[in-house]
Design a protein around this ligand. Sequence first.
Ligand SMILES: NC(=O)c1ccc[n+]([C@@H]2O[C@H](COP(=O)([O-])OP(=O)(O)OC[C@H]3O[C@@H](n4cnc5c(N)ncnc54)[C@H](OP(=O)(O)O)[C@@H]3O)[C@@H](O)[C@H]2O)c1
Length: 273
Amino acid sequence: MPRSLSVHGVPVPTLGLGTWKLKGDDATAAVRHALDIGYRHIDTAQIYGNEAEVGRGIAAADVPRDEVFLTTKVWHESLAPEDVKRTTDESLRRLGTDYVDLLLMHWPTDDVPLAETLGALAEVRDAGKTRLIGVSNTPPGMMRRALEIEPTLANNQVEYHPYLGQEPLLEIARESGTFLTAYRPIANGNVMDDATIQEIAEAHDATPVQIAIAWLLGQDRVSAIPKSGTRSHIAANFQALEITLSDDERAAIDALERGQRMVDPDFAPDWNA
Ligand SMILES: NC(=O)c1ccc[n+]([C@@H]2O[C@H](COP(=O)([O-])OP(=O)(O)OC[C@H]3O[C@@H](n4cnc5c(N)ncnc54)[C@H](OP(=O)(O)O)[C@@H]3O)[C@@H](O)[C@H]2O)c1
């Protein structure tokens, strides 16, 4: 199982800890625990309201800052260039660090031209405040346009799990040498009840959640960020890195695809754009 991939010369640990909905001391404890048991990739966002707590978790863990791959995201109401720059500075202050490793446009918007937002992200990167820049929730046609505007983009973070395929975006990631980060990777825990995944889990003496994570991490140019605030889950999810699925097992999980999108707020883009 690949534990890291490389994009624009920067190594990215494939398994990260998602932190949406983790608040206060729970967020700090989860991040600290994850880093202490081996995670080296943490995902947060301005809108999660936990950047300060995530930063405290990183500071408390026995891991140097430069060994942690840290992502945050600029909210869609802050995509005008001046807002990108200002809110990134605010994020860095809350996170207690001089830079993040990946700064994403959280959701596209019609309110600001894409080129302006991407230009601002690149300026922030060139100022040393992030190592990599990217987007999130960006459908295939828009992703191709974004890469034409800003070929140094590194990542698109999208919902991706056994029930929602992302073939066109995977193709773009592989062609462009970028990578896809799978959010909602265990379908919010729904994979636990899946008979197909349960059967594969039994064969590996593993859990269905571990199998879903292993299915994602076994794919070229894919990272996954399962969220957990539960110590045993955080540890179990990390063990998914040890699991290698057979081609038949992978095909059985591929066949579960049913276009089931779980994260689809009213400001979401046209997913076919
Ligand atoms: N870019 C975006 O727009 C966007 C949107 C959604 C999510 N995300 C990112 O992606 C991350 C993951 O997505 P998500 O949080 O929506 O969903 P998820 O990771 O698919 O599922 C999280 C849920 O699964 C449970 N869980 C985790 N590990 C488990 C285990 N081993 N056994 C049983 N249950 C387990 C968690 O509960 P416990 O906490 O109790 O373990 C939580 O209820 C987010 O936290 C966030 O960082 C990004």
